[in-house]
Design a protein around this ligand. Structure first.
Ligand SMILES: [Mg+2]
Length: 382
């Protein structure tokens, strides 16, 4: 059953599941924000909600512009809560600003690997390995880790560790392009004699076969390929998405798929089962962390924005999670409970006509623009 706009306010407060009409009848005009109303914040997923690949979708630029005042100051505390990553938050913020046409602060970008910062104390001066697309080692170095090697670099110190590397045209091209000979590289941090103390899958791995091989070497040897030690070093994943929406029309295999592949192989060749920790949505930690960051952003919002003079000191009455993946975004918001309110868009992984059967959202809309329109209407009248 579908409800019209008039039913939304009272129903949503009871956390009923709502479905907006595919074509919302109201205009997306600038609605006034009631200065007496309770505070709220918004968390946007990126892939499949505001972007598909590098292309804005669902009216995201105009929707985001409504969260800023005429002067360009942030009016509504919001952040991006994505399981993606591979570049430092500073760079991702610049990229998002360019693509979406609003000024995004690095503190508004929470990526799958952002929680790795919390492990700094434990591994700050230890040899660690980082893998995935983009610049995983740069990400970890920016968090403060002192002895980080990308898996690319680490593998290059071990001759023939990847028995099919000569067939990988991109590797051959890269090596001949920059003139470096892996056999002549001087290993950093005594990488060929020191044990790796932890491995981090920062973003989606590029070369699954090589990464599975080298990670198995590290993990089953106690951190030094070829040596005997059954103590597995800790392994951390930035996320556990089985699939995600990228530029291709159909979902792509994500980090969760890589984890399954690695785990399946490792458990066949090692006496003990693989041990690991996955961050990212739907992990409740991620939602708690996002709430804390939104509180900080709330205090930087301008005076006529979101609460009545008690800026930053009131707990949020509602935090809206806008996502496209029921198993990740909606499940996470539901598990987090109050004050989270989940909104599912149809621009990414979820394409259903009604709500998701297993993890139904509090509200289902076509686009992120409809979601923001709903939120601003709701918050201006409550
Ligand atoms: Mg998504």
């Amino acid at each position: 059953m579908r409800f019209r706009a008039a039913f939304r306010v009272c129903e949503s407060r009871n956390r009923a599941q709502l479905l907006l009409q595919p074509q919302a009848s109201r205009s997306f005009s600038q609605l006034p924000i009631n200065s007496q109303r309770p505070s709220f914040g918004i968390a946007f997923d990126i892939d499949g909600v505001v972007l598909r690949g590098r292309v804005p979708i669902g009216g995201s630029p105009q929707a985001l512009r409504r969260l800023y005042g005429d002067s360009g100051a942030l009016k509504v505390p919001f952040l991006f809560l994505t399981n993606g990553g591979g570049v430092p938050e500073t760079r991702r913020a610049t990229e998002l600003s360019e693509l979406l046409g609003v000024h995004i602060l690095p503190s508004q970008v929470v990526q799958g690997h952002s929680p790795f910062k919390t492990l700094l104390k434990r591994f700050e001066n230890e040899l660690i390995i980082a893998t995935g697309k983009g610049e995983p080692a740069v990400v970890m170095s920016e968090y403060g880790f002192k002895k980080v090697l990308s898996l690319d670099e680490y593998a290059s110190y071990f001759e023939n560790i990847d028995p099919v590397s000569q067939y990988k045209l991109w590797t051959t091209k890269q090596e001949s392009g920059n003139g470096s000979d892996p056999k002549k590289l001087v290993p950093k941090y005594n990488a060929t004699s020191d044990r790796v103390k932890a491995a981090f899958v920062v973003s989606d791995p590029v070369d699954w076969g090589r990464d599975i091989q080298v990670l198995c070497d590290i993990l089953r040897s106690g951190g030094l390929p070829g040596h005997k030690n059954t103590q597995q070093p800790p392994l951390y994943f930035a996320a556990d998405d089985l699939e995600y929406q990228a530029a291709f029309p159909f979902e792509r295999l994500g980090m969760g798929a890589f984890r399954i592949a690695l785990e399946s192989v490792f458990n066949r060749i090692h006496c003990n089962a693989l041990e690991y920790v996955s961050f990212g949505k739907p992990n409740p930690f991620v939602f708690k962390n996002a709430e804390a960051i939104l509180r900080q952003l709330q205090s930087s919002c301008n005076d006529n924005a979101i609460d009545n003079g008690d800026v930053g000191s009131n707990p949020f009455k509602t935090i809206y999670m806008i996502g496209d993946n029921p198993l990740v975004d909606i499940k996470g918001a539901r598990q987090a409970g109050h004050p989270w309110f989940s909104i599912l868009t149809r621009t990414g992984v979820f394409r259903g006509k009604d709500n998701h059967a297993e993890f139904p959202a509090d509200l289902v809309v076509d686009t992120v623009e409809e979601a923001v329109d709903y939120i601003l209407t709701e918050e201006s009248t409550s």
